[in-house]
Design a protein around this ligand. Structure first.
Ligand SMILES: Nc1nc2c(c(=O)[nH]1)N[C@H]1C(S)=C(S)[C@@H](COP(=O)(O)OP(=O)(O)OC[C@H]3O[C@@H](n4cnc5c(=O)[nH]c(N)nc54)[C@H](O)[C@@H]3O)O[C@H]1N2
Ligand SMILES: Nc1nc2c(c(=O)[nH]1)N[C@H]1C(S)=C(S)[C@@H](COP(=O)(O)OP(=O)(O)OC[C@H]3O[C@@H](n4cnc5c(=O)[nH]c(N)nc54)[C@H](O)[C@@H]3O)O[C@H]1N2
Ligand code: SF4
Ligand SMILES: [Mo]
Length: 696
């Protein structure tokens, strides 16, 4: 018999609502959930490869406990009972000796965190971190510093937008299905796209304006745009008068940063910058200057994002249709949100080990997920206190942070390292215990909320039974809770968890049967900002952020020109491709067949100088690491830099398809985790130079 099962794609962080058709317990097809607005029943190539993930034998199939040295790859198979007992006993011992606060967990963020965050609270540790120092922390902190709210308080109304600026944002390859659909719809009805990139990406190919910018000079570009908007009076006067607290500070600061000045920095003609400012002003307020997503790139990326938000605000796009509307949560549409599993236990009183929120110079950072790189420092130094146990849940820091060897060295003093994952990764291979997670088609998850014009609850149901001895998150953490006496979290079934979550909302799990979701609002709502919107001291949009200033971080920072590459070297730049997610799909049989290795993009003139031709293998080298990679020679790459897709250069023997293919960009950034931004908190991964040599 055929049936439809609703789920949530788990091939990347976006988590598109999806559905599967199952016949007699076998998966037949998977699609995007047609009921979820904007998805249009589609999944991207990676989402569609979910079936290949299920069928892949080269993933952890059962719990494993290390028997050799860390990273040696010697394991013994364990039962779940044994593995969970092992972890629970270790955690209890560490807690008894060093206190609960010496336990750290990091993850990839997202809507399914409550279960293990509740577990951490139950243990009594404040040390939950996400991965975001390697991704969007600069954007988050930029939003907080300008508006007092986080980046997800606003959404991007691409569908109704008239002009979208994509700066360091390759929207058509670094995919979010709804965003791609919305922007293509908008484009069909006249929305202009401006792409600012160091190379011609697919997004550049679809853009009306493309600016090939000198790497690392985006802040200069934005300052010049602000200069134009402010000095020529091209901004939205009504909005600015009403909502800006201190425009004067910006006006004074911006004076020297003319388009002519920016031309010399960025390589983009002054006339083009001036023209862009006029185009944006004409389209305002239905404009989006994207503040970026993967912005862990430069020591001033935080200011690129800050100025992007300031430009949006100057154009009156905050809260506007076609701009950055305020995302509605359940409360905004008169509904009750799901009951928080974390509320089962009180918030631990200890201070965070990463110093976020309390330590000098770190008070302006968002204490929710902290900064995991600083927690690693604490593992190594024992200050402000030691960390002895670390659970990497849905996180592969050895690939996500620069320089594997260096990160491993920071972890040496750990007494316990656990990896919870559905694929092999460098981190899993280095762990003491691997707790294998069932892929998303084989597990169910807690109910999640999607904020937006029309907020909804959605749920992931189990589509097929696990092929191997793997488990769902809730089974793992409720199992650990049971073994550690955390009875209130020791749920026996997912139905009990759903029931807890929906308590008081007026909905039951059966309400999700028809469409996989429960829609809370009716029709897209655009709210005007009100006196409660901006969570700054003045209740308005602030150019000078007191929290930053207190920590010695200038709000309006003078521009510093990035270093030019030394003779014979190139700045390393990186990004995503359409068919892979980070490093964890490179070994997926289907996706590997689409793209099995990465290339290094080299500017044609530079390649000619080096004697490198298109398609030839070259050696890319940093101090301490080198690898063999195929050259992609193109005039559409900035001559100061080379570009690589992230996630390749796997070395593990258990990944036969990915092993030895391409080069890991993260290995070309010696001790890069130590270069982090005191303003935005993210790692500055593109502040490194590499050499290109012709391979013999
Ligand atoms: N297919 C696919 N989609 C994904 C993901 C994935 O792994 N695969 N991951 C998801 C995640 S976690 C994230 S964070 C997002 C990332 O989304 P994006 O941040 O949009 O993705 P990237 O490809 O990292 O970077 C975007 C562009 O920045 C350019 N760039 C590099 N240096 C500079 C510079 O100095 N200035 C400018 N202006 N541009 C520069 C790169 O050439 C690249 O084209 O994608 C999400 N979607
Ligand atoms: N040099 C360099 N470094 C980068 C980047 C880059 O472009 N270049 N990109 C950065 C970006 S944007 C990001 S977001 C990070 C990404 O890096 P991470 O934050 O580590 O995230 P992923 O690689 O997506 O997933 C990590 C691990 O979790 C497993 N996993 C996937 N889904 C699940 C799940 O649902 N549950 C569990 N338990 N495990 C799961 C995967 O198999 C994988 O092994 O890397 C960052 N680091
Ligand atoms: S963007 Fe693609 S991989 Fe990511 S959740 Fe959506 S369908 Fe899955
Ligand atoms: Mo990311």
């Amino acid at each position: 018999m055929k049936k439809t099962v609703y789920g949530i794609c788990g091939m990347c962080t976006v988590r598109c609502p999806m559905m599967s058709v199952v016949e007699d317990g076998n998966l037949v097809t998977i699609h995007g959930n047609p009921h979820a607005g904007g998805i249009k029943g589609a999944l991207c190539a990676r989402g569609a490869a979910g079936m290949a993930l299920v069928n892949d034998d080269e993933r952890p199939q059962f719990p494993m406990i290390r028997v050799g040295a860390r990273g040696e790859g010697k394991w013994r198979r364990a039962t779940w009972d044994e593995a969970l007992t092992y972890v629970a006993e270790k955690l209890s011992k560490i807690k008894a000796e060093h206190g609960a606060k010496s336990i750290l967990l990091s993850d990839r963020g997202g809507p399914f965190r409550e279960i293990y965050r509740a577990f951490l609270r139950g243990l009594g540790t404040p040390n939950y971190c996400n991965h975001d120092a390697a991704c969007a922390r600069n954007v988050q902190h930029a939003a907080l510093s300008v508006f007092g709210f986080g980046r997800k308080t606003v959404s991007y109304d691409l569908k109704n937008c008239k002009h979208v600026v994509l700066q360091t944002r390759n929207i058509f390859e670094a995919i979010n299905v709804k965003e791609v659909n919305d922007l293509l719809d908008a484009k069909a009805t006249g929305c202009k796209i401006t792409c600012i990139d160091v190379r011609a990406s697919v997004t550049a190919a679809k853009a009306d304006n493309f600016f090939l910018i000198r790497p690392g000079t985006d802040y200069a570009f934005n300052l010049a745009v602000i200069h134009e908007l402010v000095t020529k009076g091209l901004y939205n006067k009504e909005f600015v008068e009403k909502w800006f607290h201190d425009l004067e500070a910006l006006t004074t600061f911006i004076a020297p940063y003319t388009p002519a000045w920016a031309e010399a920095e960025t390589g983009v003609p002054a006339a083009s910058i001036e023209k862009l400012a006029v185009q944006l002003s004409t389209a305002a307020p239905s404009v989006i200057w994207h503040p970026g997503w993967m912005t862990a790139r430069y020591s001033d990326s935080f200011y690129m994002s800050r100025t992007a938000y300031i430009i949006n605000a100057l154009l009156g796009a905050i809260g506007a249709k076609g701009g950055l509307p305020l995302a509605n949560g359940p409360g905004d549409v008169g509904k009750k949100g799901v009951k928080d599993l974390m509320a089962i236990y009180p918030k631990p009183e200890d201070k965070r080990v990463d110093g976020v929120g309390w330590m000098e110079e770190r008070t302006h950072f968002d204490a929710g997920p902290g900064l995991v790189n600083l927690a690693y420092e604490a593992i190594a130094t024992g200050k402000p206190y030691p960390i002895k146990a670390y659970i990497a849940h849905r996180h592969d820091p050895l690939m996500a942070f620069p320089d594997t060897k260096d990160v491993k060295s920071l972890w040496e003093k750990l007494d316990l390292l656990v990896s919870v994952t559905f694929s092999w990764s460098d981190t899993a291979w280095h762990a003491d215990v691997v707790l294998p997670l069932s892929p998303y088609l084989e597990r169910e998850s807690t109910i999640a909320t999607k904020k937006g014009g029309n907020p909804y609850f959605f749920v992931r149901r189990r589509t097929v039974e696990p092929r191997f001895d793997t488990k769902a998150e809730w089974e793992i953490y409720c199992g650990l809770a049971k073994k550690m006496g955390l009875d209130k979290l020791a749920f026996d079934s997912i139905e009990d968890i759903w029931k807890y979550q929906l308590d008081g909302t007026g909905y039951s799990i059966e309400d999700f049967d028809k469409t996989g979701m429960v829609t809370l609002g009716s029709g897209a709502l655009c709210r005007e900002p009100d006196e409660k919107t901006f969570k700054t001291p003045s209740g308005k949009i602030e150019m000078v952020c007191a929290k930053l200033e207190k920590d010695g971080v200038p709000s309006l920072a003078p521009y510093v020109s990035p270093e030019r590459p030394p003779e014979g070297k190139y700045r390393i730049t990186f990004g995503r491709c359409g068919v892979h997610t980070q490093g964890h799909t490179v070994n997926n049989p289907l996706l590997n067949s689409q793209m099995s290795e990465n290339l290094v993009w080299i500017n044609s003139d530079m390649a000619a100088k080096l004697g490198v031709s298109d398609g030839q293998y070259v050696e890319v080298a940093s101090p301490g690491h080198s690898g063999r990679i195929k050259a992609f020679v193109t005039p559409f790459m900035h001559p100061e830099a080379v570009f690589m897709v992230h996630g390749f250069g796997h070395t593990l023997p258990v990944e036969s398809r990915a092993r030895g293919k391409g080069v890991a960009d993260n290995e070309l950034m010696p001790q890069g985790i130590r270069k982090w931004d005191k303003g935005g908190g993210a790692i500055a991964m593109q502040e490194h130079f590499v050499e290109i040599r012709t391979a013999s």
